[in-house]
Ligand binder design. Sequence first.
Ligand code: ZN
Length: 272
Amino acid sequence: MSETVEEIRRRVNSAQKNYQANIQKINNILMAERGFISRTPKDEDVVMLCSGGLDSIVMVDKVISEWNSRVHLLFFKRGARAEKHEEEAFDYFELFYKRKYSEKMGAVKKFDYQIPPKSFKNSFPKEWAQTIGHPLRNSTMQNLAVNYAAALNGKYDLNIKTILSGSVAEDGTEPELGLLSLRTQTLNTCVQMGDWEWQITSPMTDPELVTKPIYKTDLIIYAMNNFIPLDRTRTCFSSDEKADGTCFACKKRLKAFEDAGMKDSLEYRRDD
Ligand SMILES: [Zn+2]
């Protein structure tokens, strides 16, 4: 029997009650095994998941300019409704950053891989769309990013052990975005790979990497100061050319612009 939207929200909410304590437990395991929880990949190669959205696009600039890392971008053609527009954004910024940072941009991979498989998607309860989304969507991408890093390591004789994902402070304790999910993925990867050097983390929310959590608003201000054209990013979930301005992703984006005291120069459909 499927749960109502309300029941799903209540269940997910109550699953977060030991959130900080659980982070601490995983931190303790990592600390005991390797002497650190996570570490800044300064001057190192990293694989970065990039969706073409505001958060991951600005993350590319921050990681290259602040850590001097060389980033290898991974984009999923995963069958999302807005995929065509996400890919346009990704392509635009691939060029943008190659011009801006040349040798700091490593390999770029667009991966055709349905997440979740279409034949499953049609059978998921419809209530999931407005609550928890697709099961294990992000961790599937993160697992594949580990595979991609391993392939790059083999092909170019590299030693990539860091996967970066664009979670921001607003993501809080969301099951697949919050810090606990990143710590869980890190632990999972280390155990499954038999290698305690791996880390799956976010440069915006990991307290080991930033002194204070970075919000979408901070990224917008950073982008303005660094001439990153945010009107070329794609945030909206809808399949239409123009962003609708009404979906969950658009609302978060617009709120962040408002908090930054700036106007989103993106043209929204509701402006028509
Ligand atoms: Zn939207």
